[in-house]
Design a protein around this ligand. Sequence first.
Ligand code: NAD
Ligand code: 89V
Length: 344
Amino acid sequence: MAELRGALIGCGFFAVNQMHGWRDIEGVAIVAICDRDPERLKIVGDQFGIAKRYTDAAEMFAGETLDFVDIATTAPSHRPLVEMAARHRVPVICQKPFAPTLADAKAMVKACTEAGVPLMVHENFRWQSPIQAVRAVVDSGEIGTPFFGRISFRSAYDVFSGQPYLATGKRFIIEDLGIHILDIARFLLGDVSVITTRTARINPAIAGEDVATMLMDHVGGATSVVDCSYATRLATEPFPQTLIEIDGSDGTIRLAQGYRLTVAGKSGTVVSNVSPPLLPWASRPWHNIQESVVAIQQHWVDCLAKGIEPATSGADNLRTLALVEAAYAGAESRDPVSLESLLR
Ligand code: NAD
Ligand code: 89V
């Protein structure tokens, strides 16, 4: 089969992981890159040996024949770039947060659907191997029917040095990090009908909230708590581990710090180490996230080959983004927010 010709837009902090990911995957080549900042374009172009470089995405779409485009810019540029890809009939991957608003995201899904173009959101946390291991246990039936979940991300890691824009936005932890954890809750326990949210800002040097606690009713009957903090100083810093508790009718799952998975179920208790592999180009503590980048990008290639919708398609991600919007609305009103009207 001919090699897929991809292009990447946005050569910033995180895109380097995506470029490594593409290099690891067979049957794909990134043939062109684009960044409006010539310095970033040069750094990534030189590091990965990409000769075709553009400072303007429109010029890149006009000048290249592409099988897909990978958008790794921040949220404000996502809608115009995704719509540009749709106009050029180029299948598109878009980084999270998919869009600044749910209305933008719905328009992006519509544009791609009408153009007949596949659209995947780079929602990679559910692709982390420890999270996949938890899902495999749930699917096996070992703990029966889940009725409670706690999906937790608490840290004091300095994310602002690598991503300074995170300190300046009115919204922070729910939109940037909570979005992943809410997506994991959906992945493990199904869609959500109602969410109740409390937030706080502990770090006075940032503009947005750095603590969020969300209580959710899942459509299938389970209740979950999603709690996120970048203001939690622990004896051992867990970044970027998501810790999970699931209670089911026949047992429990605990994913604890150090990637220790304990399953107490129908066949007894099993403790295992589900540490993600350290890829040759990866570095601790980011290796968990870096491995998931390869997994989601491989999934995209497999879906393109089979002509099937990716698990984290644009349409799927509307449900995660709706949770983000509902969480901010509920944090302000202090009332529970129903998801139904948002998703209409
Ligand atoms: P960044 O600011 O370091 O990089 C973004 C790059 O995009 C910059 O170089 C900028 O010049 C370029 N850019 C912006 N608009 C452009 C446009 N219209 N045309 C061409 N280039 C443009 O940001 P980052 O930290 O790399 O984050 C990028 C995205 O990745 C964000 O949405 C962020 O939330 C997401 N992210 C995801 C993960 C994850 O695990 N999935 C981790 C970190 C960041
Ligand atoms: O995944 C992300 O979007 C990152 C981080 C894990 C640091 O929050 O911003």
